[in-house]
Write a protein that binds this ligand. Structure first.
Ligand code: NGF
Length: 288
């Protein structure tokens, strides 16, 4: 389960429906061109929190059908409705997903005991491994070392997708739990996370910049830090321009420029203007 995973984008049409052919093309691009080790399906980048349960199932189904066993597959099943989370966990597991992942429950400012109960309850109903998805900037849920430790006591909890700029906490988790998987979540911080010996990374920009991400990870692992820093620098120039133009829309537009039918984002995400589309093409020509 180690390695680099694209936080998979999904192609939507103008009505907000899943564009099956487009989604298949995004999967193929990630496997054949970006050369990633795995796909993280229905995460933030997949616009998971903007779509229905049926669409989530449709996406899990199409991705497994297209990817088969070529790369590892992680299904993000977290939902505020715990029944939905359980149903999705069971569905993805029945399709053969290698692991499930669930974002920390958010919005109602749950106590840690409630968060722990959420994960325990899901795992009572599904025979699969689970990766905690921690992204405090979007959820407002900040867990400390002891709390991660409590979640890791469950043998089905095999790791964490750590999307936070807290390198002190990351180092402490790495040191305390050498046998758990840690995936770095911020692509622009892949090098420092790799130096701290994470097991892999999950990122949105890997959909288009997977080869550089892999270089950074592998160079860091072999101690070639100067070389890794150079690749991270170019990567961060690229990420800065993508963020400035609109994160998911720009990645989709770059994919379109590369011949992949990446479609549109779901409302309320806005579409790129004509200027934004031109800028995305310039970014693709400059870096990819
Ligand atoms: O998109 C976000 C929001 N974060 C992603 C990634 O952590 C999300 C990150 O790659 C993810 O894995 C998922 O889809 O669930 C950033 O887009 C990237 O580092 C640029 O900032 O924070």
């Amino acid at each position: 389960m180690k390695g680099l995973y694209s936080a998979l984008m999904c192609s939507f049409d103008e009505q907000g429906k899943v564009n099956e052919q487009g989604l298949r093309e995004i999967v193929r691009h990630n496997i054949d061109v970006s050369k990633i080790d795995g796909l993280y399906v229905n995460g933030s980048t997949g616009e998971n929190f903007l779509i229905s349960k049926e669409q989530k199932k449709q996406i899990f189904d199409i991705v497994k059908d297209e990817a088969g066993d070529e790369v590892k597959l992680i299904a993000q099943i977290g939902a505020l409705n715990i029944d939905e989370a359980i149903e999705l966990a069971q569905f993805a597991t029945s399709l053969g997903y290698d692991a499930i992942s669930a974002v920390t429950p958010f919005y109602y400012k749950f106590e840690f005991e409630e968060i722990k109960d959420y994960y325990t309850t899901i795992l009572e109903h599904v025979d699969n491994d689970l990766i905690i998805y921690s992204i405090p900037a979007l959820t407002g849920v900040n867990m400390n070392l002891e709390q991660f430790g409590e979640l890791f006591e469950h043998e089905q909890v095999i790791g964490v997708k750590f999307t936070a700029p807290d390198f002190f906490l990351l180092e402490r988790i790495r040191h305390a739990f050498p046998d758990k998987l840690i995936y770095s979540g911020f692509d622009e911080m892949l090098l420092p996370a790799s130096v701290l010996n994470v097991d892999g990374a999950i990122g949105s920009t890997f959909n288009v910049n997977g080869k550089r991400a892999k270089q950074i990870f592998e160079l860091a692992q072999s101690g070639q830090i100067d070389e890794a820093r150079e690749v991270q620098k170019v990567t961060n120039d690229l990420i800065a321009e993508i963020l400035d133009n609109g994160l998911y829309q720009t990645i989709k537009e770059i994919l379109i420029f590369k011949g992949v039918n990446a479609g549109l984002c779901r409302k309320p995400m806005k579409s790129l203007t004509d200027d934004g589309i031109s800028k995305a093409k310039q970014i693709a020509e400059k870096y990819l």
